[in-house]
Design a protein. Structure first.
Length: 320
């Protein structure tokens, strides 16, 4: 029995969606897992352990790895119709909670790193004192608790074996979809990016102000008006050298952070637009329109997952 043109188009669209999930997911999985593991190894070095920004990068890499492993693995499996989250309710709920939670934590850790750089670049001594490893660790614990509370409703809202949804493991009704989508859009995407931009600009302004200040090198001046020998103070010399090295490291971290924020914003924009569209426009759709929406959703989501795998490559290309 031959298929009608609409049925044939629907089959083709579904095949495209499967191929995207299969092959793009494999690339992102390898790209992200390898990058984050290498990142964890590099940032775990003793020389970086005491740096608050590097520590936030480290925990962010761990969160990225946790986000990538369950989500991309299940997407690859779904292309061969062997995804266990499609049929097991408890695994579907746990998968949704871990994925949303890990990605939110990863985004906000980069936001905290941006705020930490702003603290450190401030001309005010009291403000600079907020940039400490202890404060970074405390902020991470608070973030972990708040993010877990934000997504606890997933254990009620997510179900498996759904038919009229982008994925078999998805929000079970419109109310749940609105709650989770709005929470994810605002708390996990829009607010972190907004704070990254604000504190990033403020950090640049602080750096420009600090460059206008000229600090003299402490010296002894020996001799008369004709001949003078300028001898740096030995203790101050070592301190000055250490300060230069620390500022160089901080400058490199800020450079890498800035590139990461820019790329994060660019790769998140398609998902933001897709989420706004899905929240604001919910008419009754034909099967073909639903299939097209699924393709757009898959592409936007997988592109966004590139941001969870790119930190190591950013640090390698733009670090010194």
């Amino acid at each position: 029995m031959s298929l009608s043109s609409d049925e044939y188009l629907l089959v083709q669209l579904n095949d495209i969606s499967i191929e995207i999930n299969r092959y793009l997911s494999i690339f992102i999985f390898l790209f992200g897992v390898i990058g984050n593991i290498l990142n964890i190894l590099v940032l775990s070095q003793r020389t970086l352990r005491s740096n608050s920004c590097a520590w936030l990068f480290l925990i962010s890499s761990i969160s990225n790895l946790i986000a990538i492993l369950p989500e991309i693995t299940t997407r690859m499996l779904s292309s061969w119709a062997i995804d266990p989250t499609d049929t097991l309710d408890w695994l579907c709920k746990l998968h949704g909670f871990l994925t949303f939670n890990a990605r939110t934590i990863a985004y906000w850790l980069i936001t905290l790193a941006t705020i930490d750089r702003w603290f450190l670049s401030s001309l005010n001594v009291n403000t600079r004192q907020w940039s400490t490893l202890r404060n970074a660790q405390r902020s991470t614990i608070i973030l972990l608790i708040l993010s877990s509370l934000l997504y606890v409703d997933i254990f009620y809202c997510y179900e498996s074996n759904l038919i009229n949804a982008p994925l078999p493991c998805y929000s079970k009704n419109t109310f749940c979809l609105l709650i989770i989508d709005v929470s994810a859009l605002v708390m996990s995407v829009l607010l972190p990016i907004l704070f990254m931009i604000i504190f990033g600009v403020m950090t640049v302004l602080n750096i420009r102000r600090s460059k206008r200040r000229v600090r003299p090198v402490p010296v002894f001046i020996i001799g008369n008006n004709a001949i003078q020998y300028k001898i740096p103070l030995i203790g101050k010399q070592y301190t000055h050298h250490n300060t230069i090295q620390k500022k160089k490291t901080d400058g490199q971290l800020f450079k890498m952070l800035s590139i990461q924020v820019i790329l994060l914003t660019l790769f998140t924009l398609p998902l933001i637009l897709e989420k706004i569209y899905s929240i604001c426009i919910r008419p009754q759709k034909s099967p073909i329109e639903t299939a097209i929406d699924t393709i757009i959703y898959n592409i936007a989501l997988l592109l966004n997952y590139l941001t969870n795998g790119m930190p190591f490559y950013i640090y390698t290309l733009f670090g010194e």
